[in-house]
Write a protein that binds this ligand. Structure first.
Ligand code: ADP
Ligand code: ASP
Ligand code: MG
Length: 417
């Protein structure tokens, strides 16, 4: 079995869907699970929808209409005959969603988020599945929520591995091919859950692990894993080979090309991961496997923009010791902060966090009751793996003020503003 993952960028419009079919025609699609994300930036759009629902409800239905139009336009470009039945699926799904808005009285933002945002994946896979069918592919539709079983830590759910492996093995028949969703799962009550933003790479690796897949291919708008994000650096180099551990490190520090949770399950079963261009499916791209640490061996630059640096010190000039540190971490967890970097001295504790879930204000309020808190928002976290002096100079001379610096053998990090 092979696993293909197509992200939002690959199916951002009708041409993207046609290209997906072209990729499958070139690579073959037998015995393959085709995992797809929401189309283009639809996950962001569904996030806005949830925000309207909670904060400005009069705009909910108008926004839902724009989501409908986006998908309807893609359907109109893709289908000629059969248009009616795909349009009906779109309408039915959105009717269900509207019903949820009318009937739900949940105040749990994260719960509502998962019930709503998951429609991005449901709609994209419904459309893509129908398109592949009319193109004559012998393929089945699988609702990933039947297989991917999680706890109810909504928006960042944790996988129940044993149950998930069982369910996947039961649902997937050898020799068949499937279209399914990345990113989404369900809890033991049957409510929809999500695995965290960009989580569909992780879904691909969950399927691969469960089925002892031959390989996983993530189809991207870049030639593979580069030594820096091309959005921020003009001269980048393709890394043709990296080891699992190297890729885990890069992803952990924020190389957004692979989701950090994706790699460990693959490493445990020695399943290679290919990161390839959906525009040039015949090019080799990057191979992530056990053998080669990194090729070519060059500095790798990772930027995490829009992070927050918190500097805490005790109110009475006492030391920051284990007890305070454990309190701080408890609060960071409670407010769903993702910690990027920490540094402590006798009387202060600095932590660079990703305020992913918008809960910084509440966190700072609580921290203020126990510590003096200095907050720097919109800082950039730069990480360079395999750095040399030239790489350090490149960051130091970019005109920004350095707030924090940390170095180990392989890695140097800077927080800049
Ligand atoms: P998807 O459509 O699968 O969600 P993403 O947009 O999440 O794709 O990921 C692809 C993007 O990741 C690229 O367009 C690129 O801007 C960015 N990126 C960040 N770091 C790297 C890197 N080291 N190598 C390649 N691309 C990177
Ligand atoms: N659609 C989700 C997101 O944009 C998951 C993914 O694409 O990986 O975050
Ligand atoms: Mg993505």
């Amino acid at each position: 079995m092979r696993i293909f993952k197509f992200g939002g960028a690959s199916v951002k419009d009708a041409d993207g869907v046609k290209n997906l079919y072209k990729v499958l025609s070139q690579t073959g699609y037998k015995d393959t699970i085709i995992l797809v994300s929401a189309m283009g930036k639809m996950t962001n759009s569904f996030e806005e929808l949830v925000n309207f629902y909670f904060n400005d409800n009069s705009k909910t239905l108008i926004h839902l209409k724009s989501i409908k139009n986006f998908h309807q336009n893609i359907i109109n470009s893709l289908f000629d005959k059969n248009k009616e039945s795909v349009t009906l699926s779109l309408k039915n799904n959105l009717y269900e969603l509207e019903k949820f808005f009318n009937e739900s009285n949940s105040k749990n933002y994260s719960f509502v988020y998962d019930q709503v945002v998951s429609y991005g994946e449901i709609l994209s896979t419904t459309i893509i599945f129908s398109y592949l069918k009319i193109k004559g592919l012998d393929i089945s539709f699988l609702d990933a929520r039947k297989c991917i079983k999680t706890d109810n830590y909504y928006r960042d759910s944790n996988l129940d591995w044993d149950l998930t492996v069982k369910k996947i093995k039961k649902q997937i028949k050898k020799g068949r091919s499937y279209v399914t969703q990345g990113f989404i799962g369900s809890d033991n009550k049957g409510n929809t859950t999500t695995l965290g933003r960009e989580g569909s790479d992780y879904s691909a690796s969950i399927f691969a692990y469960s089925l002892d897949a031959k390989d996983v291919t993530i189809w991207k708008d870049v030639p593979g894993v580069l030594n820096a994000d091309p959005r921020f650096f003009s001269d980048t180099t393709l890394l043709t080979n990296i080891s699992y551990s190297e890729a885990i490190e890069l992803a952990f520090y924020g190389a957004s090309v692979i989701h950090p949770k994706t790699l460990q399950p693959l490493q445990r079963k020695d399943i290679p991961l290919y990161v390839k261009s959906f525009l040039n499916p015949n090019m080799n791209g990057t191979t992530v496997s056990r053998e080669i640490k990194i090729k070519p061996m060059i500095p790798c630059f990772i930027i995490k923009p829009n992070q927050t640096l918190l500097k805490l010190s005790s109110l009475d000039f006492s030391f920051i010791v284990e007890k305070n540190i454990s309190e701080i971490f408890e609060l960071l967890h409670k407010f769903q902060m993702k910690v990027d970097m920490i540094q402590n001295s006798a009387i202060s504790f600095s932590v660079c966090v990703n305020n992913k879930y918008g809960r910084l204000r509440d966190l700072v309020k609580q921290l203020n009751t126990k510590f003096k808190v200095e907050v720097n928002e919109n800082v950039d976290l730069h990480t360079v793996r395999h750095f040399d002096q030239k790489a350090i100079d490149k960051i130091k001379n970019n005109g920004k003020k350095i707030l924090l610096e940390q170095r180990t053998n392989q890695v140097v990090q800077f927080v800049t503003i």
